[in-house]
Design a protein around this ligand. Structure first.
Ligand SMILES: [Zn+2]
Length: 241
C-alpha cells in the first residue's frame, strides 16, 4: 500500500476506480510530452491514463467533473485559464484543495502563433501569477506548479525555448475527446473509449467547460475501471522553488 501524500485521505468508496499511482514529473531541464504534438510522452505503462481537463474553472461543468472525480477517488490535472480562475477563485481553490494538480493554460487563451513573443510571454505569465496569487498569495517569476499547456496546442519556438529555460514543462496530449464540437455525452464517451482502447492509454485531454463533457465523466470513469485502466496522477518533482 503506497504512502499517501500529505492532505490525502483514504477513499471512502471501496469499489472506486481510485488513483493507481503518482508520477513525479521533473521539468528542471524542460519537458515536452504528448504524442499529438511531440515525439515523446510521459513514462506510462500499458493501460495507464493521465486525466487532464482544460480551459476552466467555469461553474457547473467544473463542479460536476470535480464531483465525479471525488466519487471515484481519482486525481486529475486541470490546465486552468487565468481569467477563468480570476472569475471563479473559490472553485479554483476547491480544485486544489481536492488534491488535483493545477497546471497553467495562459491568461486569456490566445493562439500564441498569432502573437509576438513578448505578448505571448506576458499572457502566459499573467496566467500563472493570477492562479498562484489566488491559491498561495505568491506572485513569482515561475509558477508554483511548473506545468503548462499551449492554448490550441500551438507553441512557438521562442516561447517553447523560454519555458524550457524557466524549467517549465509543456504538456500536449496523447489523445482527446473532440468535445469542443457539438456532441452528446454518449457519443463523446464512445469516441474517447475507442481512442483509448486503440492507443492503450496515455495523456487524455478533455475540457471541463462543456456540459456534455461533465455529463460524460462518471460513465467514463466507470468504463476505465471496467476495462482495466489505471489512473496516474502527475505532480511536480522536487520541492517548489
Ligand atoms: Zn484550451
Amino acid at each position: 500500500m503506497p504512502a499517501r501524500a500529505a492532505g490525502e485521505t483514504a477513499c471512502p468508496n471501496p469499489g472506486a476506480l481510485g488513483t493507481a499511482r503518482v508520477l513525479s514529473v521533473d521539468t528542471t531541464k524542460g519537458l515536452e510530452v504528448g504524442t499529438k504534438s511531440y515525439p515523446q510522452t510521459l513514462p506510462l505503462g500499458p493501460k495507464e491514463v493521465v486525466l487532464t481537463f482544460d480551459d476552466g474553472p467555469i461553474g457547473k461543468p467544473t463542479e460536476q467533473v470535480l464531483a465525479a472525480l471525488a466519487a471515484e477517488c481519482v486525481k486529475a490535472t486541470f490546465f486552468v485559464v487565468g481569467e477563468q480562475a480570476a472569475a471563479h477563485p473559490a472553485l479554483l481553490k476547491r480544485i486544489a484543495a481536492a488534491g488535483h494538480t493545477i497546471g497553467h493554460h495562459s491568461m486569456t487563451h490566445p493562439i500564441m502563433t498569432g502573437l509576438g513573443f513578448e505578448a505571448g510571454k506576458a499572457d502566459i505569465e499573467r496566467g500563472w501569477r493570477t492562479v498562484d496569487r489566488i491559491l498561495t498569495g505568491r506572485d513569482g517569476d515561475r509558477p508554483v506548479t511548473p506545468f503548462f499547456r499551449f492554448p490550441g496546442f500551438a507553441p512557438t519556438p521562442e516561447l517553447a525555448a523560454w519555458l524550457k529555460a524557466k524549467s517549465i514543462g509543456t504538456f500536449g496530449a496523447d489523445l482527446w475527446g473532440t468535445d469542443w464540437q457539438k456532441t452528446t455525452p454518449d457519443a463523446l464517451l464512445r469516441q474517447v473509449l475507442d481512442r483509448l482502447d486503440k492507443r492503450g492509454g496515455g495523456i487524455l485531454l478533455l475540457h471541463d467547460i462543456h456540459a456534455h463533457t461533465a455529463a460524460m465523466v462518471p460513465a467514463l470513469l466507470a468504463e476505465l475501471k471496467a476495462r482495466g485502466y489505471r489512473v496516474v496522477h502527475i505532480v511536480p518533482a522536487g520541492p517548489v522553488s
